[in-house]
Design a protein around this ligand. Sequence first.
Ligand SMILES: O=C(O)CCC(=O)C(=O)O
Ligand SMILES: [Fe+2]
Length: 349
Amino acid sequence: MSTAFAAGEFDRLPVIDVRALTDPSSSAAARQSVAEQLGAACRESGFFYAIGHGVSAGLQSHLEDLSRRFFALPLADKMAIRMALGGRAWRGYFPVGGELTSGRPDRKEGLYFGAELDPGHPLVRTGTPLHGANLFPREPLGLRAAVLDYMAALTHLGHALMSGIALSLGLTEDYFAVRYTADPLVLFRIFNYPPGADTAEDGQPIWGVGEHTDYGVLTLLKQDDAGGLQVKSRQGGQVRWIEAPPVPDSFVCNIGDMLDRMTRGVYRSTPHRVQNRAGRDRLSLPFFFDPGWTAAIRPIDAPALEGASADDASERWDGQSVHTFQGTYGDYLLGKVGKVFPDLKTAVL
Ligand SMILES: O=C(O)CCC(=O)C(=O)O
Ligand SMILES: [Fe+2]
């Protein structure tokens, strides 16, 4: 376990082999050992690379290839599945500049997906935001199947990692599954970050994604080899941005606001941002493994968290403390997505 840095001060993100969590025949000792590494990473930076994750390399490269082919289509073809057509389900394509972080447009385009739910699903029938059917493009052929297969594989991995995170807190492996993620809210995005100048005419930096934290419990990010993801660290009170460079066949995993809330700030939802300086397109595929929509978020009562009390409002990118939040995950998420897509919020919610 690393003790060289205080929580929130780090200069690299650990690489953790999580095989024991995905292998049903692994020993309790092997699972515990992975859990301890996860716990250290969650306390220190809230970020780690997962290797040994068991997600098919063939599926990943197939999906990457199809994604690049989609983004290479003429804008009009991509706009045929624009998000406005996805309605309350919040699915489809948005063009470069169509999404805001902290009020400024990001230099990225992307596709939004989620669990494929038919109109008869109870949450769809009641018009619950972010639930419904996906908008898949007509081409490239095979994207639909690849996205659905990938979401299934990553959901499986999300459950495995959350069982390790539960163990790392001295909880039973099914702690999160029982309370929050038996029916997780999964959101999946495919982003393309075009190359371009680092600064705007007004001298402000241009970000692929501006500084933010993620909203749920766990994000599993597949990034290509362009680099550009940065994670906010501190040293002696000074902010220091740490690169999260590509690591072959890994997922960059980070915890979100809800796990920060549940652990009273002990497991950190750490700000991060992206700037594509590679001089070519950067492809990334973040998968969000989150509590179910109606799950009420509550602090965890565990000896490992005794004495923890967090007040993060002055520290946070949005000036708001997650620790005063009370309500369901749906309440939390809805408050956030309205800010990143204001037009869509007015139109469909
Ligand atoms: O594209 C990336 O590397 C990060 C994306 C991200 O932080 C997000 O979608 O929340
Ligand atoms: Fe993020």
